[in-house]
Design a protein around this ligand. Structure first.
Ligand SMILES: Nc1ncnc2c1ncn2[C@@H]1O[C@H](COP(=O)(O)OP(=O)(O)O)[C@@H](O)[C@H]1O
Ligand SMILES: Cc1ncc(COP(=O)(O)OP(=O)(O)O)c(N)n1
Length: 280
């Protein structure tokens, strides 16, 4: 695959910001985002929104960071370090979502603003453990998604946010339209969970055209962190100034390489691995 341009040693690399939750198991959340950003040659800045107690078999609890501390992390990073793009992941609650949306508007992050924003509307882990309070879905719909340059839900998140059960191409297109109607500039409906196809296809929509990004379906149970990794890679490409379709094409190739390199870890689902770039 064609990689993003690297920065010569000693020169300041492109920066990107992730606003998300930590994963103590190291496979998803801020850990997945930071690893992908580093492996893409991008300096990762982080605003921690929640700390999860998590391993390969599930999430047994989480602690929310006070909303003003989340917002302050964003503010100090953007004003001093500067970032080319930002991403949100687990935001846990309505008050954190509102604080993130407000600070994003203040510092110029989001659709129609200088710094593009990838919104991964994380609601639950792959084991079904909640990562967002149910009452916060309204804030996801009405406050977070309207700030998105790109929104990247998986099929469970699509159902919770839009009420649409994606079972085929037609319902995937309806869901992409519904997400766009909520205010995202571009919507992606990820096909990783549509196991009826031999391909894993992500559908991208901008209110006018549908674009499809497909790969052969990889036979692995080690897919923890796949959604974060895709969204982080898209964020890196946007930070480099790629168009949204080119950034998604890059992200899809990147996550496919990471799925191919995924490994066993613990008793449950192992992680996708951006470490493929370092492996022999
Ligand atoms: N088995 C698979 N083979 C190939 N690509 C996959 C597979 N599972 C997921 N993907 C890809 O990984 C990314 C994450 O998708 P998905 O699993 O749907 O999201 P999430 O990790 O948020 O649940 C998407 O680009 C999707 O197409
Ligand atoms: C802290 C944290 N954030 C996000 C997730 C979910 O990760 P994601 O890549 O969307 O997908 P799964 O690995 O859960 O399928 C998480 N588990 N923890």
């Amino acid at each position: 695959m064609k990689l993003l341009p690297l920065t010569p040693a000693g020169q300041t690399p492109i920066r990107a910001l992730t606003i998300a939750g930590t994963d103590s198991g190291g496979g998803a959340g801020i850990q997945a985002d930071s690893r992908t950003m580093a492996m893409c040659g991008v300096h990762a800045c982080v605003a921690v929104a929640a700390v999860t107690v998590q391993n390969s078999v599930g999430v047994s609890g989480f602690h929310e960071i006070p909303p003003e501390i989340v917002a302050d992390q964003v503010r100090v990073v953007v004003s001093d370090i500067g970032v080319g793009a930002a991403k949100t992941g687990m935001l846990a609650s309505t008050t954190i979502i509102e604080a993130v949306a407000a600070v994003a508007a203040e510092v110029g992050i989001g659709r129609d603003r200088p710094i593009p924003l990838v919104v991964d509307p994380v609601c639950a882990s792959m084991h079904g453990d909640p990562l967002l309070h149910e009452e916060a879905l309204d804030a996801v719909r009405n406050t977070l998604i309207p700030a998105a340059t790109v929104v990247t839900p998986n099929l469970d998140e699509v159902r919770l946010i839009t009420g649409i059960e994606v079972v085929d191409d037609k319902s995937a297109r309806q869901a992409a339209e519904a997400l766009h109607a909520l205010g995202a500039e571009w919507s992606i409906v990820k096909g990783g969970h549509l196991r009826t196809s031999e391909l894993s296809t992500d559908l991208l929509f901008d209110g006018d055209r549908f674009l499809e990004f497909s790969s052969a379906r990889i036979d692995t149970g080690n897919d923890h962190g796949g959604g974060d990794t895709l969204a982080a890679a898209i964020t890196c490409a946007l930070a480099h100034g790629y168009s949204v379709p080119d950034a998604v094409a890059f992200g899809k190739e990147w996550v496919t390489k990471c799925l191919e390199a995924s490994y066993d870890l613990g008793a449950g689902h192992g992680p996708v691995s951006p470490l493929w770039r370092l492996q022999v």
